[in-house]
Design a binder for this molecule. Structure first.
Ligand SMILES: NC(=O)c1ccc[n+]([C@@H]2O[C@H](COP(=O)([O-])OP(=O)(O)OC[C@H]3O[C@@H](n4cnc5c(N)ncnc54)[C@H](O)[C@@H]3O)[C@@H](O)[C@H]2O)c1
Ligand SMILES: [Zn+2]
Ligand SMILES: [Zn+2]
Length: 379
């Protein structure tokens, strides 16, 4: 089959690879109809991880069940399904408690598994014609038959639940104001989820015009951090108080203000300053224990200069980590089915698999409006 293969820093190619096959009675294979590119893929694409050339990317996958293992009980050939990016067993200590992003079974020696992702286990990515899904009864979420709302449902694999998770971590309540740093796909989904949860005012901080425009379109207040200190801008909009809650949807590749360089702790520190005393921070943005591409010695070791002193002084709480997609995907699916949520506003490009190399390049440069790309391997 054809698949998106990592060749080395800033290079992917569409190549022939081996077809997946059933390896365990509870596996299925899925004919992939949609697979999205994620900001997390860029960490590997840019060569900042230990990902080896040859890995097939793609952890956001939707398709139709092709073949079922003999132990599969709830799925049949032809079912349309979307898979959480987390590969999880469903029965370990963490899965049982709902922490499927930290499964103890699927990736021995590490809590958590994913498709097509460095260090997340042997699960081949789905930017390909077919993908194997282990523990399939647990990992497949059934969708209505047909092709309706495909570009909404694909977002259930990662970014819609992840944006929602940011709100859950920050405990966003009706009527609150929320400062979201990052207007990428995750930030936009965090802002959208805040509104679904009844937030009164949502800020989205970024500097990419198209992304700030999308934020404004859904009713958020765009804050351009290239035009002034975002903390002061948020304070101005909140009578000097600061937002009730804050969400980091940027992660360790945060850009310094007014300069073309990375400053990994800048968003965390800005959030501490943007949120009022006794508020809370949700951090779905990714931070890593080691970053060989980091701008200084400390950040190469994953050590950032974050003001714990100010965090303590303000009595802020903070939650972080991989999203446990299973915890939210069914409810968010039902909001899509009932027309209460239309997250597909974030999708900027739908392309055949062959266009992956140029899509990666443009998404990585954040140019030409590339915000969220969905690949269609059978287009
Ligand atoms: N926790 C999870 O389960 C999970 C899942 C998916 C993605 N992620 C992570 O979420 C983060 C965002 O993902 P994405 O797909 O939206 O990525 P993205 O790179 O497309 O978006 C990040 C945005 O942050 C903006 N930005 C950079 N520096 C900034 C600053 N100082 N202040 C405000 N904005 C700034 C960029 O312009 C960009 O638009 C990444 O770190 C990704 O790895 C985490
Ligand atoms: Zn993703
Ligand atoms: Zn598990």
């Amino acid at each position: 089959m054809r698949a998106v293969v990592y060749k080395g820093p800033f290079e992917v190619a569409v190549e022939q690879v081996e077809d997946p096959r059933i390896q365990h009675p509870n596996d299925v294979t899925v004919r992939v109809t949609s697979s999205a590119i994620c900001g997390s893929d860029l960490h590997m694409y840019e060569g900042r991880t230990a990902a080896e050339p040859g890995i097939v990317f793609g952890h956001e996958n939707l398709g139709v069940v092709e073949e079922t293992g003999e132990g599969v009980t709830t799925l049949s050939r032809g079912d349309r399904v979307v898979m959480p990016f987390n590969v999880a067993c469903g029965f370990c200590k963490n899965c049982s408690a709902g922490f499927t992003g930290f499964c103890l079974t699927v990736n021995p020696g590490f809590a958590g598994g994913a498709y097509g992702y460095v260090a997340m286990g042997p699960y081949v990515g789905g930017q390909a014609e077919y993908v194997r899904v282990p523990y399939a009864d647990f990992n497949c979420l059934k969708l209505p038959e047909g092709t309706d709302n495909e570009s909404d449902f694909i977002l259930l694999a990662d970014i819609f639940p992840t944006g929602y998770h940011g709100n859950e971590l920050a405990d966003v309540r009706p009527g609150e104001s929320v400062a979201v740093y990052g207007g990428g796909p995750v930030g936009l989904m965090a802002a959208y989820s805040a509104m679904l949860r009844g937030a009164s005012k949502v800020f989205v901080v970024d500097r990419v015009t198209e992304r700030l425009q999308k934020a404004e379109e859904i009713g958020a207040v765009p804050i351009d951090f290239s035009k002034g200190n975002p903390v002061e801008q948020i304070k101005e909009h909140t009578g000097g108080e600061g937002a009730d809650k804050g969400i980091d949807a940027v992660g360790y590749q945060a850009q310094a203000r007014g300069e073309d360089r990375e400053e990994p702790a800048t968003v965390l520190n800005s959030l501490v300053d943007s949120v009022r005393p006794t508020g809370a921070l949700g951090v779905p943005g990714l931070y890593v224990p080691r970053d060989p591409g980091g701008p200084d010695e400390n950040s190469k070791q994953g050590m950032l200069m974050v003001s714990i002193g100010r965090l303590f002084e303000k009595g802020l709480r903070m939650g972080t980590g991989q999203c446990n997609v299973k915890r939210y995907n069914r409810q968010l699916r039902d909001m899509i089915i009932e027309g209460r949520a239309r997250p597909s506003f974030v999708v900027s490009h739908e392309l055949p698999l062959e266009e992956a190399p140029s899509a990666y390049e443009k998404f990585d440069k954040r140019i030409e409006g590339y915000t969220k790309v969905v690949l269609h391997p059978h287009a």
